[in-house]
Design a protein around this ligand. Structure first.
Ligand SMILES: C[S@@+](CC[C@H](N)C(=O)[O-])C[C@H]1O[C@@H](n2cnc3c(N)ncnc32)[C@H](O)[C@@H]1O
Length: 238
């Protein structure tokens, strides 16, 4: 999968084209995963970048992708939790956090903490690009029990924007994932696991993972598809 978020390459490029990043800019990506989003930003703009993730395997993948596609870019990939990264205030022109606000805190602390911390890390006039879940409609209790998230973790789309604006950010642009993007995201996970399982039919951990993934898929089909949304929000720090 290109991204571990329900976004297509086309949607990512559409948003990257609107970021207003200059070649002199310094871009942070928190929870960068395998680095695809930040590599695309750097390919398109020539900016400098720092990608952070706690998973060493993903940071290794990001390094490999970057060395193949933008070998001369000033890009750093760091295996670190964001709250331990000791980054300077106002040090970035753009901070990205795509599907990773939980890096800043669990449950209902995630988005508020992400807004606060990313605002601190970006210079005045700089920008934040946040990919965040939202409720398309109030979630069914059974769905909440299945995903293990309390209802208060997420807001609706409008409230994701107003929450940030009430904390001094200016919303510049917002776009949401469509059903194709969601279906591709959810079914790709399932497909990857199915393939791994076929190659390793006797691995008990994989069997258990696949069982959990099928339960998740059923919940997605029954409730998630009409209930859970994903928005990309571009904000400016005043
Ligand atoms: C849903 S994935 C999104 C990855 C990537 N942004 C993308 O869209 O493809 C969330 C990522 O956040 C990372 N993460 C979780 N907690 C973190 C933390 N405390 N600090 C940095 N990264 C973290 C995970 O390892 C994972 O790669």
């Amino acid at each position: 999968m290109l991204f571990n978020s329900p976004i297509s390459a086309q949607k990512a490029d559409q948003v990257i084209g609107l970021l207003g990043v200059l070649p002199t800019a310094c871009v942070l990506d928190v929870g960068c995963g395998s680095g695809e989003f930040l590599v695309r930003v750097v390919e398109k703009t020539g900016a400098k970048g720092l990608g952070l993730d706690i998973q060493p395997g993903l940071i290794a993948m990001a390094r490999k992708t970057a060395s193949g596609r933008v070998p001369h870019a000033a890009l750093e990939w760091r295996e670190s939790a964001i709250m331990e990264a000791m980054l300077e205030d106002n040090g970035f022109d753009l901070a990205i956090c795509m599907g990773s606000t939980h890096a800043f805190g669990a449950g209902d602390a995630a988005y508020p903490n992400a807004i606060r911390e990313l605002s601190r890390l970006v210079r005045p006039g700089g920008r934040l690009l946040i990919g965040e879940t939202y409720w398309k409609q109030p979630p069914a209790q059974e769905y909440l029990e299945m995903i293990g998230d309390p209802a208060g973790t997420y807001r609706d789309h409008a409230a994701n924007i107003s929450f940030a604006e009430e904390r001094g950010l200016r919303a510049l642009y917002a776009v949401t994932s469509n059903e194709d993007e969601w279906d591709h995201f959810e079914w790709s996970h399932q497909l990857e696991l199915d393939q791994k399982r076929r190659q390793n039919p006797d691995d008990p951990a994989l069997t258990e993972k696949l069982k959990r993934s099928r339960a998740w898929r059923d919940g997605y089909l029954r409730w998630g598809r009409t209930t859970m949304g994903f928005g990309m929000y571009l904000f400016q720090k005043q």
